[in-house]
Design a protein around this ligand. Structure first.
Ligand code: NAD
Length: 473
């Protein structure tokens, strides 16, 4: 397959922005039947082109077919169709109880923010392009979608498919690299939804600040795993390696490193080794294995560089293939300051960090910026409560990894360094929606507004002063 990706000419970007703004101003994207039809088209785009899209994702990332279906295609086709079904419920105006002023007709109207810019990364090139778009369409927002240039095959296929399925006066896919994205970021959008690394996240936030544009930042970071010594190490091993093995560890939500009480390190490492032999009986890099590859030689070299500098002991894996294959690799006795703990690994290396006890693991977590997801393996309800109360992160998952991404009814998003804002289900819709409160004061209601008119009466001042009461404890 050709990897050639045609970039959108930079001089067309302002024109595209203007076209989408004109469409928004015309009101075309507002009716629910329009949004429903576009969402169903998006679902069809995924379902009817599963083979072409899968071929492209395999060419870019060598993702196993099951992973493509489970994490890219099925959720996107399903969520777009589910959003189409939910529009009436999501968009219904709300009537807050306004005590004593029922006649004012206070209404919370859910209006589209306007024209959105969606910038996506390479690791889930279908999912992370379409997921925010579902929210934008459901909210009635036109959008420019900028997929990653690092997944040239997938971005090219999506560029071919989008105009065949979606209304091009409202939804346009722009392909390009840093110069194109930089140009897009100069334009005044009504919302920017960026998924990717935190360094570029800061560039996006700075550009958005110039126009006071609201943003969603879906970033990454290190997702630590705390293991309670009383937990079943075999189950922990299987569930940790599920999250680390998907897409060869190139997931925002992948378990980054494991904090385990020192007396249980050997048992956990044995369980991890046994699990890897079960998952990949002929070795992960064997042709028969269902295991992905690293996106490109640059990332391969970055991950290899981390492994070369580690002071920990490599106890499983370490094999490589060409310039993109890295075997799942377990490194034990990793200590603070190690190369493997400098940043998000974003690859199939699992450092095991021995700690004195779970309390030290909690202290460790709190020394670092908020993770996108904190993982903990424990059946102890008191410990679960302690971890919930004494740590913070985008999300918290007990006793599995990655599965929080499958709970579509719940908000998914980072906190602090791992980003801010939410997506999935109604939360994607809310991201692109402005809550516009309206109030309609009947002309025959004059009693309350009447005594606020000038000249202010001393009697009203006295009445309000008396009404001012500190709450009883
Ligand atoms: P990437 O290199 O594809 O970059 C992401 C996007 O930013 C691309 O569209 C790219 O064109 C654009 N970009 C790159 N440099 C830019 C610049 N200087 N100015 C403007 N735009 C620029 O992907 P990546 O950032 O390597 O993606 C991996 C990161 O994304 C990881 O940190 C991962 O944790 C994070 N991530 C987060 C989530 C989430 O939902 N929170 C999901 C997936 C990935």
């Amino acid at each position: 397959m050709s990897t050639e990706l045609k970039y959108t000419p930079i001089d067309q970007l302002a024109k595209i922005h203007e076209t989408l703004n004109a469409t928004f101003r015309s009101g075309k994207t507002l009716p629910l039947h329009y949004r429903r039809q576009q969402l169903l088209q998006l679902s069809r785009l995924v379902a009817e082109n599963k083979d072409a899209i899968s071929t492209a994702v395999i060419a870019d990332l060598a993702k196993p077919q099951l992973e493509i279906l489970m994490t890219e295609l099925v959720p996107m086709a399903t969520r777009a169709a589910d959003a189409a079904k939910s529009l009436e419920e999501w968009t219904a105006p709300e009537k807050p109880a306004v005590a004593g002023h029922e006649s004012w007709n206070v209404t919370v109207n859910k209006v589209p923010k306007g024209v959105a810019l969606i910038i996506s990364p390479w690791n889930y090139p279908v999912h992370l392009t379409i997921s925010p778009l579902i929210g934008a369409i459901a909210a009635g927002c036109p959008a420019v979608i900028k997929p990653s240039e690092n997944t040239a095959n997938t971005s090219r296929v999506l560029a071919e498919l989008f105009p065949k399925y979606l209304d091009t006066s409202a939804y346009q896919l722009v392909n390009g690299g840093v110069p194109e994205t930089t140009e897009l970021l100069k334009l005044p959008w009504d919302h920017i939804f960026y998924t990717g690394n935190g360094t570029v996240g800061r560039i996006v936030a700075t550009a958005a600040a110039k126009h006071l544009t609201p943003i969603t930042l879906e970033l990454g970071g290190q997702c630590p795993v705390i293991v309670d010594p009383a937990y079943d190490m075999k189950i922990a091993a299987k569930r940790i390696l599920f999250g680390k093995g998907l897409n060869a560890g190139q997931i925002c939500n992948a378990p980054n490193h494991v904090l385990v009480p020192v007396e249980k390190q050997a048992e956990l490492v044995d369980a991890l080794k046994a699990t890897l032999k079960e998952f990949y009986p002929n070795g992960a890099l064997d042709k028969s294995s269902t295991y992905g590859r690293i996106i490109n030689p640059n990332h391969f070299r970055r991950i290899q560089g981390l492994l070369k500098r580690t002071q920990g002991e490599i106890v499983f894996g370490g094999a490589v293939e060409g310039e993109r294959g890295i075997e799942p690799t377990i490194v034990q006795n990793v200590k603070a300051g190690d190369s493997l703990l400098e940043d998000e690994i974003f690859g199939p290396i699992l450092p095991i960090v021995p700690v004195a006890n779970v309390d030290e693991a909690i202290e460790w977590v709190n020394r670092f910026p908020h993770a996108l997801t904190l993982y903990a393996f424990t059946e102890d309800e008191a410990l679960k409560k302690k971890i919930l109360a004494h740590t913070n992160s985008g999300g918290l998952t007990f006793n599995h990894t990655f599965m929080n991404l499958a709970a579509d009814e719940a908000p998914f998003g980072g906190h602090g360094a791992s980003g801010h804002g939410y997506q999935h289900g109604v939360y994607s819709y809310k991201t692109f929606t402005h809550l516009r409160t309206s109030l309609d004061m009947p002309s025959d209601v004059e009693a309350f507004p009447g005594f606020t008119y000038a000249p202010y009466a001393q009697g009203v001042v006295d009445y309000l002063s008396q009404a001012l009461e500190a709450p009883a404890s």
